[in-house]
Design a protein around this ligand. Structure first.
Ligand SMILES: [Zn+2]
Length: 376
């Protein structure tokens, strides 16, 4: 009898061990060959690559991938302006090579194609992945990317995903904010309109919804609050009283792990969406870390690696990544610190800051040279 109890205890203990090496192998596999279940995500392949690359970055294991090859692949997905610039409003990045466009990782003009256009989430994950891989974004056609982004913004301040028209909501406001932040250029959006959109999405129960009049949701609350943080406008937009109400809504989302809406089951990814929002609102330390960690660990796949949304379910790239980011918020050993607004490792965030510094120095050098030329 005593033996049985001890065995059970040992098994419980074992289940709480973070299997770093398994997760590294899980993400490496995601970059090579994916199970059939992923086939419908072909047009969004870049997002899967982002989960795997940022996941490896969080585990400090990026030296195990061929960075140069992946950088070339990502650049080959850039929708470049054609010779006559007639497709500027369709520029950005496509999700994969499904259209069969000629492979072109350079910044040379693009080829005319009636169905070729960028997708806002692909542009966001492409830029993010490039920064994660240590690229300096030199081959990004910044003006075209920003023109493509502006074309996606609607009158109400929200964004569509593609120029042909699609859903428009808070997810894409967040993608747009990340794109502008990474390119260090906010001319890609009418910021005032986006801020109004975020404000109007605050629901009667003080969470943020995908848009005005809709139901509060942990994912859209993250997207709204993180966007405002990237813009540097959080305290300007919401009063301290309003921020406290948002804090209350978020902190009430913890059961053992977190759920995204009242009366919904907990799900691994909300340990990041809600956890990161609480971190941005400076009250993550008041959550129950042990219960949160135990829930995330109960969804760890101990054989193939990765995390699932629920215990005893199949792991997938998204939940593997956000499970690790959720653990990072609790300073899990063997996991890098995550930047809660930009959703990359702190290390990658700092590299981006350094890049912006170099651009700024170059800009002022160039304007100084132009000034000398003009005045000599
Ligand atoms: Zn989920």
């Amino acid at each position: 009898m005593a033996d049985g109890v001890e065995e059970l205890e040992a098994e419980c203990e074992e289940r709480l061990v973070f299997l770093r090496e398994r997760h590294v192998r899980f993400f490496l596999r995601c970059l090579q060959v994916l199970p059939e279940g992923y086939s419908s995500l072909e047009t969004s392949r870049l997002t899967i690559a982002f989960f795997a690359l940022s996941g490896l970055d969080m585990l400090d294991a990026l030296d195990m991938v061929n960075k140069a090859d992946i950088i070339e692949w990502i650049y080959s997905l850039q929708v470049l302006p054609t010779e006559d610039n007639s497709n500027l409003n369709r520029c950005g990045f496509r999700g994969s090579s499904y259209l069969g466009m000629p492979f072109n990782p350079s910044k040379r003009p693009g080829v005319v194609h009636p169905y070729d256009s960028g997708h806002i989430a692909m542009t966001y994950t492409a830029l993010s992945s490039l920064v994660i891989l240590g690229d300096d974004l030199r081959r990004v056609h910044v003006d075209a990317c920003l023109a493509g982004l502006r074309a996606l913004q609607l009158e109400d301040g929200s964004f569509c995903a593609v120029p042909e028209g699609s859903e428009n909501d808070m997810r894409f406001v967040y993608c747009a904010s990340c794109i502008c932040y990474m390119l260090n250029n906010w001319s890609g959006m009418d910021m005032k309109k986006s801020i109004d959109y975020i404000r109007r999405s605050m629901s009667y129960d003080n969470g943020l919804a995908q848009g005005a009049g809709l139901e509060s949701h942990g994912g859209s609350t993250f997207c709204g609050i993180a966007s405002l943080c990237l813009m540097g406008k959080l305290e300007e937009v919401f009063s301290e009283k309003e921020l406290n109400r948002i804090r209350r809504w978020c902190i009430m989302r913890q059961q053992n792990g977190f759920h995204g809406r009242p009366n919904k089951p907990v799900d691994t990814c909300y340990s990041f969406w809600v956890g990161a929002t609480l971190k941005l609102l400076n009250i993550f330390q008041f959550t129950d870390l042990e219960k949160n960690r135990n829930y995330i660990m109960s969804t760890q796949d101990r054989i193939v690696g990765g995390f699932a949304k629920w215990p005893d379910s199949h792991p997938d790239a998204l939940h593997a990544y956000f499970g690790i980011c959720g653990l990072s918020l609790m300073e899990e050993s063997g996991v890098s610190e995550v930047h809660p607004a930009l959703n990359v490792s702190r290390r990658t965030y700092e590299r981006l800051q350094h890049l912006h510094h170099i651009w700024k120095a170059k800009d002022s050098k160039q304007s100084a040279r132009a000034y000398t030329l003009l005045h000599d």
